[in-house]
Write a protein that binds this ligand. Structure first.
Ligand SMILES: [Cu+2]
Length: 172
């Protein structure tokens, strides 16, 4: 159920800590696997919401007609004011928090956090995944992380780095 997934997030997701991005990437991966199983469609992938291209929540999520599972109450539907570009500045070349100008740390603070907080209501709580737009927000987070890490001098930690031997948890 949505509630199960929301509780996994509320109980286990690391915010303002190492593996913030990796944890959420895995969380979407597992949900995607579940969708593939339920739908029988092995090509199913979660969509993303590119709010830099269009800061308005897609209209499918705003139609309050009864029975629309994508609709839920929200305080705002335009996240333009969340769109910080500083994580993509040429000086942000390190990934891990604790390093100078860490991408993960900057990106969590903005645009990640204000997209949640501007939308508000459920999205600004640890139960945020009860709002289906959560998954499109985080799919875009993953897309932007990948774009940042493409081989242009901004890099993920090298293979021998202790980062890769860390662990994190979803549920028992
Ligand atoms: Cu989270």
């Amino acid at each position: 159920s949505w509630q199960y997934w929301a509780n996994v997030h509320a109980n286990y997701c690391p915010h303002r800590q190492p593996y913030f991005l990796a944890w959420h990437r895995g969380y979407l991966y597992y949900l995607e696997q579940q969708f593939k199983r339920i739908t029988g469609d092995s090509t199913f992938t979660l969509p993303y919401w590119d709010y830099y291209a269009n800061p308005h929540i897609p209209s499918e999520f705003l139609d309050s007609a009864s029975g629309n599972p994508l609709y839920c109450p929200r305080v705002n539907t335009n996240v333009y004011n969340a769109l910080d570009l500083s994580p993509f500045s040429s000086s942000v070349v390190n990934f891990q928090r604790g390093t100078a100008n860490s991408f993960e740390e900057k990106f969590e603070l903005a645009p990640h956090n204000p997209v949640h907080n501007i939308i508000g209501d459920t999205m600004s709580t640890m139960q945020a995944p009860r709002d289906p737009i959560f998954y499109l927000h985080h799919a875009n987070v993953d897309r932007l992380w990948h774009a940042w890490a493409l081989p242009d001098g901004r890099t993920m930690p090298p293979p021998a780095d202790p980062y890769w031997s860390g662990t994190f948890t979803y549920a028992p």
